[in-house]
Unconditional design. Structure first.
Length: 414
């Protein structure tokens, strides 16, 4: 999940009108595709580094000589690292040049994934995962705003959709591929492959991504003021609870499927989930300008229906795959929907609202790993989809109630 303190472009202070041609018309506006794809790859790496253990829990727990619920906390500690550092690091590095900050963050991922790959000590692995989370705190406070800043105003929504495509690609291709590599060659190879990809990305960023200055001291985000802006709190609540519900199931999906007797199908189930996520982000990118509210409601209902199928009919293999597809259709566009909603609601305080969204997103990721581990040990994995259903009920209520601010029927300027 990514967000940004660099929201000036979104609030109209960094507009990019199309340049006039000699004949008095306007030149066609274009997106910097290579640079945006570099950002999408950065999003891919941050998302995959966070969720990769979900498909590798049994193998990782065996090598680290701890339980699967303890290994699941490698997702939790990553999220804690981000949640604890996103806001303070955003403030501390607000004056840094953007390219320097992005390169530093991605170098942190290369280091953390290398240590994770070679470690046989649980404490060292947890430390490396925490460092990866800190690197995510840097990257996720930067990437979406970077995409906006390098794009013409009328195309900024598409620019963010391109950058955010790294999330569903990570889920649809990265996690299944990582799971396959982990099964075929060992889980350590999957993390080493992440390091190799990150090194290539560093070169890509260095050569194609434009640089921008940081923020002046007087422009830096004021967090508490944003909470008083109508619409911000509902979006933050939905972020916290929706991501919590998703993570409780997703972080332990390999264990959940193993308990169903489908442990060998984990990579295929994740592939279906991720492919559906790609469809979701395409639909959201095409229609978010006019249908943010209806898309958010539809996403919530799709994930709820998926959880209901898994809760009641998980003994049917075909329905498990259908549930995975519905889950992906509901979840894939959620990062873009929530980030756009909080940016719209925040207005002049959008940068602070975005930083809080990053923090709450990762608090929810950490909470999902912890609660999922407790549920697994105390109740069993069949409790996961029921928990998702219970949590999505208040999410739906808040989205429906926030018709004027937060999730309005019509976006400003639509």
């Amino acid at each position: 999940m990514s967000t940004s303190p660099d929201t000036a472009a979104a609030t109209g202070t960094d507009s990019r009108a199309a340049p006039a041609t000699a004949s008095g018309g306007e030149e066609p506006q274009k997106l910097p595709i290579l640079a945006l794809l570099a950002l999408a790859t950065a999003v891919f790496i941050t998302s995959l580094t966070e969720t990769l253990p979900a498909g590798l829990l049994p193998a990782m727990s065996g090598d680290l000589r701890v339980s699967e619920s303890a290994t699941g906390q490698t997702v939790t500690i990553y999220a804690i690292g981000t949640a604890l550092t996103a806001i303070p690091l955003t403030a501390a590095t607000a004056g840094w040049r953007r390219k320097q900050l992005l390169l530093t963050a991605m170098a942190g991922f290369a280091l953390a994934n290398t240590v994770t790959a070679v470690s046989s000590n649980y404490a060292l692995t947890m430390g490396a995962r925490f460092v990866a989370g800190v690197a995510a705190g840097l990257a996720w406070a930067l990437l979406a705003g970077y995409a906006r800043r390098m794009s013409p105003v009328p195309l900024q929504g598409k620019a963010i959709a391109i950058a955010m495509a790294g999330i569903p690609v990570a889920l649809s291709l990265g996690v299944p591929a990582g799971t396959f590599l982990g099964t075929a060659l060992g889980w350590r190879v999957a993390f080493l492959a992440m390091t190799a990809l990150t090194v290539l990305l560093l070169l890509w960023i260095f050569t194609t991504v434009p640089d921008y200055p940081g923020q002046e001291r007087g422009e830096r985000p004021k967090m508490l003021r944003a909470l008083r802006v109508p619409g911000v709190s509902p979006v933050l609540f939905v972020t916290l609870v929706f991501v919590l519900a998703h993570t409780i199931l997703y972080a332990y999906i390999a264990t959940f499927l193993d308990d169903l007797g489908m442990g060998g199908d984990t990579d295929l189930v994740l592939l279906v989930f991720g492919a559906a996520s790609l469809v979701s982000i395409w639909v959201v990118g095409a229609h978010i300008h006019r249908r943010l509210r209806s898309l958010t409601i539809a996403s919530t209902l799709l994930v709820a229906v998926s959880a209901a199928l898994l809760a009641v009919l998980a003994d049917n293999t075909a329905l498990v795959y259908i549930a995975a597809a519905l889950w992906g259709l509901g979840w894939g566009g959620i990062p873009t929907l929530l980030q756009t909603a909080v940016g719209d609601a925040g207005g002049d305080s959008a940068d602070a609202a975005q930083a809080m969204l990053v923090t709450l997103w990762n608090v929810a990721m950490a909470g999902g790993g912890i609660i999922g581990g407790v549920l697994l040990d105390v109740v069993g994995s069949d409790s996961f989809p029921w928990t998702v259903l219970v949590l999505l009920l208040p999410v739906l209520v808040v989205v429906l109630a926030s018709r004027r601010h937060g999730f309005p029927a019509k976006r400003l300027g639509a």
